[in-house]
Design a protein around this ligand. Structure first.
Ligand SMILES: Cc1cc2nc3c(=O)[nH]c(=O)nc-3n(C[C@H](O)[C@H](O)[C@H](O)COP(=O)(O)OP(=O)(O)OC[C@H]3O[C@@H](n4cnc5c(N)ncnc54)[C@H](O)[C@@H]3O)c2cc1C
Length: 314
């Protein structure tokens, strides 16, 4: 990006913030990641639309992140503009069983507000990090409940800065997937929930949280599950465990001893260290069980073909 483009980007931003060469390790749950060429925390929707138009006019690549809890960012960082939505677009409104939430609101906030209002449904997602936008793109799911079940409408911004409204039936959601266009930005979503007993919801939340704590290394830096489960009754973590890889280390990266699908940063791991373990696990599972794993975690800033040698570029 040249000086003129840098100036064009920073000149008109007044409510938000533009940072150059900002380390993305500060914005990912792994605590890993090289710099964003431009890091943009928007002030409001209009600033966002303006930035998208500018990027499109100047053909500058744009990458969106929520709270970075499902991302592995390369050590060399991400070219172009990285737009961070965590804590931005944070409107929130409850009326009866209807909830409207901005994309940058934490999923945990929605879960807490539903408990307080006696609304049942999202208690299964207690403890899942991330924003509303990230939860919808990934169709966040836990203990049999998923976010898309409660969705009515979503407002998005296309890459040329135009607003679009979808009803639930216009969209497809699957296992850790959704039909949003990769360049589309979720702005706001409307949900509906049934009334429930706050005591019963609180009890369920307690149960789900303690099951989570028992199974997952929550006190260590990770991006949750690295791989998708290859089938509903075949867990990727179980295959990695059977391949004898739990506890395997590379530098400060480790395949968790608690959960075979959690790869953790013990302090100073690099993206390269985590990537090494990811490829090692994918190859071992393929070799020993004939199963090709797929990545759940979103990889940002890696060269095209980087994951090919482990069959992970599909
Ligand atoms: C300890 C731990 C436990 C976890 N447990 C679970 C679990 O039980 N179930 C589960 O489903 N996930 C789980 N995850 C993964 C993660 O929390 C979810 O995928 C979460 O929904 C990601 O939200 P995010 O805001 O952090 O998204 P990010 O990681 O920032 O981004 C994920 C993807 O969404 C896109 N995106 C984010 N916001 C927007 C937006 N507004 N518009 C358009 N695109 C957007 C990004 O471009 C990226 O492709 C866990 C993660 C951790 C660290």
């Amino acid at each position: 990006m040249d000086r003129r483009q840098q100036k064009a980007i920073s000149d008109w931003v007044s409510k938000g913030q533009v940072l150059f060469e900002e380390p993305l390790s500060r914005y990912t749950s792994y605590g890993i990641g090289g710099p964003a060429e431009v890091f943009f925390q928007l002030g409001d929707r209009d600033e966002l639309a303006h930035m998208l138009k500018l990027a499109s006019r100047e053909t500058i690549p744009v990458t969106i992140i929520g709270s970075g809890s499902n991302c592995l960012v390369s050590d060399t960082g991400v070219p172009g503009i990285v737009i961070s939505l965590a804590g931005r677009l944070n409107s929130f409104h409850i009326e009866g069983g209807r909830v409207t939430a901005g994309a940058g609101i934490a999923l945990g906030y929605l879960v807490r507000q539903c408990l307080q209002a006696g609304l049942a449904g999202v208690e299964t997602l207690v403890g899942v990090p991330g924003t509303i936008g990230g939860a919808l793109v990934m169709n966040a799911r836990a203990f049999g409940g998923e976010i898309s079940t409660y969705l009515d409408r979503v407002r998005t911004l296309t890459s040329d800065g135009k607003e679009q409204v979808y009803r639930r039936e216009d969209l497809q959601f699957g296992y850790r997937s959704s039909s949003f266009h990769p360049d589309e930005i979720i702005l706001e979503a409307e949900f509906h929930f049934e009334a429930g007993s706050p005591e019963a919801i609180a009890d369920l939340q307690k149960r789900f949280l303690s099951e989570r704590k028992a199974r997952q290394p929550l006190n260590q830096q990770s991006a949750g599950s690295v791989f998708k489960n290859p089938a509903p009754d075949v867990a990727a973590g179980m295959l990695i465990d059977k391949a004898g890889l739990k506890g395997t280390r590379r530098g400060d990266a480790e395949i968790s001893t608690r959960h075979g699908n959690f790869f953790i940063n013990r302090g100073n791991a690099t993206a390269e260290d985590i990537a090494f373990l990811i490829k090692l696990a994918a190859r071992a599972v393929k070799q020993q069980f004939g199963t090709q794993l797929d990545l759940e975690v979103k990889t940002l800033g890696f060269q095209p073909g980087y994951w090919n040698d482990a069959g992970l570029d599909r």
